[in-house]
Design a protein around this ligand. Structure first.
Ligand SMILES: C[S@@+](CC[C@H](N)C(=O)[O-])C[C@H]1O[C@@H](n2cnc3c(N)ncnc32)[C@H](O)[C@@H]1O
Length: 284
C-alpha cells in the first residue's frame, strides 16, 4: 500500500480505493506544487482529503492540482484544477543539482524524467557539440552542461515562448551562459543554423519526433554521431517501429544506424510506453 493510502485508510474506509498510489511534486523547499491524477469517479471529499494529506506530508507544497485533461497541442500542456492551497504555481525545481524555474501549468515539465535526463547526459563526452530539440525549460540541456562541463556547447530549441523564457532564465540561474544556447523557434526551421555541426542530437518529443528525423540527421557532422530518439510504442512491440524510422532516414541519406541501447522510459497509457532508442549514425 502506498504512503498516501496508508495515511488515509482509516479516515476514508472503502473510499481509499480512489486514493492514487503516487503523485508528483514539482518545486523545492522554497515552495512546491503537487500534481495528482485521480481515477474516474473519485468523490470530492476524497480529493480534498488527499490534497490535505499531501500538504501535511510535504510542508513545502503550497498548491495541490488535479490533472483535468490529457496533454494537448504542440506545447504538450494539460488543464489542471486546484484542489487545495493557494498562491503562485511558479516554482524552482532542483533536479540532481540543476535549478529549473518553471510553472508546470504553463509549460511542459515532468519530474519523473530526471533519471532519463541523467542517463543521456552521462553519455556526453568532452568536446562534443550537442543539440536538444523540443527543449522545454531546458532540463536536458542544463543537465548535460552540469554533468559534462567539458561539453563544447548545447543548443536547445523550443517553440513555446514562455518555456523559452524560463530556459533563458535557467541558463542564468545555473551559470552556463555561452555553454547552453537557447533558441526560440520551430525545430524544422531553427535547426538549419546547425547543419553538419552536432555530435549528438536529443529528440524528446515522443508525439512526433519522427517528423523531425530529417533535421536531426542533417544536424549531425558528416562523420555521423549519436541520436537519442523518443517514441511511443505498444507493449507487444516496443522498438521495431522506432528503429525502422531511424533506419529509413539513414538509408535516404546514405548513412547507417547502429543500435546502442533501447529502453522503456515511462508508461504513457495502459500498455503504451514512451521508449528511447540511442543510435549511432555512421556514413555507409
Ligand atoms: C515533451 S515536451 C519536452 C520538454 C523538455 N525536453 C523536457 O524534457 O521537459 C516537448 C516540447 O517540445 C516543444 N515543441 C513542440 N513542437 C516543437 C517544434 N516543432 N519545435 C520546437 N519545439 C517544439 C513543446 O513546446 C514542448 O515544450
Amino acid at each position: 500500500m502506498g504512503q498516501l493510502k496508508r495515511f488515509l485508510a482509516e479516515q476514508l474506509g472503502d473510499d481509499v480505493r480512489y486514493v492514487p498510489s503516487s503523485y508528483d511534486v514539482v518545486g523545492s523547499r522554497g515552495g512546491a506544487v503537487a500534481i495528482v491524477e485521480f481515477p474516474e469517479g473519485a468523490p470530492d471529499h476524497v480529493k480534498l482529503a488527499v490534497a490535505e494529506a499531501i500538504m501535511r506530508i510535504n510542508k513545502h507544497v503550497r498548491v495541490v492540482l488535479e490533472k483535468a485533461s490529457e496533454r494537448k497541442g504542440v506545447f504538450r500542456l494539460r488543464e489542471y484544477r486546484v484542489i487545495a492551497g493557494s498562491g503562485s504555481t511558479e516554482v524552482i525545481h532542483v533536479e540532481h543539482g540543476v535549478k529549473l524555474k518553471l510553472d508546470p501549468t504553463k509549460v511542459y515539465f515532468s519530474p519523473r524524467e530526471a533519471t532519463e535526463r541523467l542517463r543521456v547526459a552521462r553519455q556526453v563526452r568532452p568536446g562534443e557539440f550537442v543539440m536538444v530539440m523540443f527543449a522545454g525549460v531546458g532540463p536536458y540541456a542544463l543537465m548535460i552542461a552540469a554533468v559534462q562541463p567539458g561539453v563544447k556547447g548545447v543548443v536547445a530549441i523550443e517553440l513555446n515562448p514562455l518555456a523559452y523564457e524560463y530556459m533563458v532564465e535557467n541558463v542564468r540561474l545555473n551559470k552556463v551562459e555561452g555553454k547552453v544556447i537557447p533558441v526560440l523557434g520551430d525545430v524544422k526551421v531553427a535547426a538549419r543554423g546547425w547543419y553538419g555541426m552536432c555530435d549528438r542530437v536529443v529528440m524528446p518529443l515522443p508525439k512526433g519526433a519522427h517528423m523531425f528525423l530529417d533535421r536531426a540527421f542533417q544536424c549531425l557532422k558528416p562523420e555521423g554521431g549519436v541520436i537519442h530518439f523518443y517514441h511511443w510504442a505498444p507493449e507487444g512491440d516496443l522498438y521495431s517501429e522506432a528503429f525502422a524510422l531511424l533506419e529509413r532516414e539513414a538509408v535516404l541519406r546514405g548513412m547507417r544506424v547502429k543500435l546502442l541501447d533501447a529502453r522503456i522510459v515511462s508508461e504513457y497509457a495502459p500498455r503504451v510506453y514512451k521508449v528511447c532508442i540511442d543510435a549511432r549514425v555512421l556514413p555507409e
